[in-house]
Design a protein around this ligand. Structure first.
Ligand SMILES: NCCCC[C@H](N)C(=O)NCC(=O)O
Length: 424
């Protein structure tokens, strides 16, 4: 069609955002869903805590593998094909995870999920860049993360709103997750048609970078970049695996009900859903990004020891974790754009996600093994303490690197992290 219009109507961009975010909702829901059957897996199927960790490790291993070539694939076949394909892989993963009580099959399901989910997140980020670049890209990405974390919130509360399904055992719970995971495919298909329809009528922007890896330039990044990457690795390795074990830990070590355990996890997510975009807007105004990452790292430091030894309400460490989980991601991801030049941004983000996933894979496995070795269970709650120390050590390493970052950024070779947006 000739004479395509240049200005895409605002409503169309937001419709595309909703379609894209549906896939994120489905994928986040499935990622977290296994935490709520972990206790059944241990008590009814005889799985070990190591096996529970492996559910996350398998996801991350697949993510690491696929992130090596997903950028090239997305470049070659485009965002709409990628969204459908990776969305379909995610949806398939839900059913593979649910249909058998065999550990290997369940782990294959988790592997497939990681293989679909992480490139899906890359593809949707690239897609959103096409629609929103030069407009409200930061806000659109914030809304997208909010809806994605809505998936986590929804699963955290699922043993309340879907209690009748939980009463039927772990398998219907996983089928429910698989059903919700169909949103990944559905959202991808809806997005496919929206993009195709729009491209026939309007000039849709082209995202400049996809997240593909180019190891040649790896050693040219500044120390500040590596400080952020190490903080990303330690931070998410202390958050995602913890959330996976948390429902079982809260019940075994603190004697709370299954519903209460879900509620505690959900409070954490609910806080981040709304605080993250708000902090993002605030940081644009005041800068101080390295300082905020440092403060976020201080806040999370005592949390795991509070879980291990504290007698206070569990809401206190959960709230502290929620503040840190809002502060650090809201500041950390956009900070990379200040440190790394635009032409290397795709590689930088891919590398950061890849190392994040290596950290999560290793830590999920290590915590599971540690819990098994120390005999963590409802009859031996002290067995969870070594794992809490491992998380705390990670927190300390994160704090150290956030300090180094702050020091570098307040020196003569700073990249403008401490300045408001637009003053770089
Ligand atoms: N919650 C599912 C895993 C999401 C992994 C994703 N690569 C990620 O790190 N997202 C950022 C976030 O803060 O959720």
């Amino acid at each position: 069609m000739h004479n395509k219009q240049v200005t895409i109507p605002g409503w169309l961009r937001w419709v595309a955002l909703v379609a894209v975010s549906l896939t994120m909702f489905g994928s986040y829901y499935m990622y977290d869903s296994v935490a709520y059957v972990a206790k059944d897996f241990i008590e009814l199927l005889g799985f070990s805590q190591t096996n529970i960790g492996q559910l996350y490790t398998m996801y991350s291993i697949a993510a690491v593998i696929v992130l090596f070539f997903s950028g090239v694939f997305i470049d070659k076949y485009g965002t709409r094909v990628s969204m459908v394909l990776f969305g379909a892989i995610c949806s398939l993963a839900g059913f593979v995870t649910a249909f058998s009580d065999n550990l290997t099959i369940i782990l294959i399901g988790r592997f497939i999920l990681g293989f679909g989910s992480e490139p899906l997140i890359v593809a949707l980020t690239v897609a959103l860049a096409k629609w929103f670049k030069g407009k409200e890209l930061g806000f659109a990405l914030g809304i997208n993360l909010l809806i994605g974390r809505g998936g986590s919130y929804f699963v955290d509360r699922s043993n309340t709103w879907a209690s009748s399904i939980y009463d039927q055992g772990w398998q219907p719970v996983l089928y429910l997750a698989a059903g919700i995971g169909l949103l990944c495919f559905l959202g991808g298909v809806i997005y496919y048609f929206i993009e195709r329809w729009t491209q026939k009528r309007y000039v849709l922007g082209k995202a400049e970078e996809t997240e593909k890896l180019d190891f040649k330039g790896l050693f040219k990044y500044s120390p500040s970049f590596w400080y952020v990457v190490i903080l990303c690795l330690t931070f998410y390795s202390a958050i995602f695996p913890f959330r996976g074990f948390a429902p079982t830990f809260y019940q075994d070590a603190h004697g709370v009900s299954e519903q209460m355990a879900g509620k505690l996890n959900s409070v954490l997510i609910m806080a981040t859903m709304f605080a993250t975009p708000v902090i993002g807007l605030l940081i644009d105004k005041i800068g101080r990004r390295a300082l905020m990452m440092f403060i976020g790292s201080i806040i999370i430091l005592p949390v795991y020891l509070m879980f291990a030894y504290g007698n206070m309400s569990l809401y206190i460490p959960v709230t502290l974790m929620g503040i840190s989980f809002s502060l650090i991601p809201a500041v950390m991801w956009p900070s990379v754009a200040y440190i790394v030049e635009e032409s290397k941004l795709g590689t930088a983000y891919a590398l950061m996600t890849l190392l994040q996933q290596i950290g999560v894979a290793a830590m999920a496995w290590l915590i599971g093994v540690t819990n098994d070795v120390s005999g963590a269970s409802a009859t031996n709650p002290e067995g969870y303490i070594p794992g809490m120390w491992i998380f705390s050590i990670l927190g300390f390493v994160g704090l150290l690197f956030s300090f180094l970052l702050r020091r570098a950024e307040t020196g003569p070779k700073g990249h403008g992290l401490e300045e408001p947006s637009g003053s770089k």
